[in-house]
Design a protein around this ligand. Structure first.
Ligand code: FE2
Length: 303
């Protein structure tokens, strides 16, 4: 049995003090938004409790779905790298970036480049699984289970939070899903933005959701995991080789007391039995903003 933990959108607090120069442009709006509301929603104590609970279950691998930082300050990327190290080594943890991790353009070495070891392909030199020109999708294999990471993060104008997948990434995803499907691998796709049409408002949506949905349905995948909306959502779509289970997870640091929006992570236990894949999901998180982390639900997704 293989256990994957999925958490997303930690929006690490506290936010380091920005300089006046760093606040030029879109960052100023993000900073004011943090002071006005986000600061009260994203709690480091809540995140620490979620992470401690998750680590106590000793998952085989941890998938982090982006938005580790808030306004892409270089100091935030350093703090986020230190936080990733508390989850595990780059072999034990995979990351895909979110829109807040590309809030504005930041030099690679001061920004996403700091997390590079957590965003590397571990699938050898096989051309069948090679990434597109952007370095994504990444592929990590765990026996006959594969985790495919997509990058939908891009800087956007103020008040927009959309994402995008370039053609190279979509073409590579198609090839990778097809090749892994032919090997009867259990395919897990990890992305920040909701992968289906209509799961969020247009100014927050993935621009290529129609194309991605088409690739997922036509090539098949077993699980698709995302964040971004900060709420718990489940969808099922018929795909080429069976149903696709598409699961959105709330922010791992949220103390927002609205249905489906309190901090949560999901554990996916995956195994092969009598020639068929099985997958059970356990959601763990807060039931109240002041409460302890405990089980929210358990259900069989596949099998
Ligand atoms: Fe987020």
């Amino acid at each position: 049995m293989f256990t994957l933990a999925h958490l997303s959108d930690p929006h690490l607090a506290p936010l380091p003090q920005p300089t006046a120069r760093e606040l030029a442009g879109k960052r100023l709006l993000g900073y004011l938004n943090w002071l006005r509301s986000r600061k009260t929603i994203h709690s480091r104590d809540v995140l620490d409790a979620i992470v401690a609970d998750m680590l106590s279950h000793a998952p085989d691998h941890i998938a982090v779905g982006g938005d580790l930082v808030n306004i892409s300050l270089p100091k935030e990327f350093i703090a986020a790298h230190a936080w990733l190290e508390t989850l595990g080594t780059p072999d034990q943890v995979s990351v895909v970036p979110g829109n807040h991790d590309a809030y504005v353009n930041v030099k690679m070495r001061d920004g996403l480049g700091r997390w590079k070891p957590y965003m590397r392909t571990h699938a050898g030199r096989s051309k069948k699984l090679a990434a597109g020109p952007s370095g994504f999708p990444t592929v990590r294999r765990f026996g006959d289970i594969a985790l495919i990471g997509l990058s939908s993060a891009m800087p956007t104008p103020p008040f927009a939070a959309w994402g995008s997948l370039d053609t190279g990434q979509l073409d590579a995803l198609k090839r990778i899903l097809n090749n892994l499907g032919e090997e009867d691998q259990f395919r897990i796709v990890l992305i920040h933005h909701p992968p289906l049409i209509g799961l969020t408002k247009w100014r927050r949506a993935l621009r290529e959701a129609p194309q991605l949905q088409e690739v997922l349905v036509s090539m098949g995948a077993e699980l698709v995991l995302y964040g971004h909306n900060h709420d718990h959502t489940m969808n099922v779509l018929p795909g080429r080789s069976g149903n696709l289970h598409i699961v959105g997870v709330p922010s791992a640091s949220s103390c927002q007391e609205k249905p489906g929006r309190l901090a949560r992570y999901n554990l996916f236990r995956i195994w092969h039995e009598h020639g068929r894949w099985r997958c059970e999901m356990t959601g763990r998180g807060l039931h109240t903003a002041e409460g302890q982390v405990s089980e929210i639900e358990q259900r069989m997704l596949i099998g």
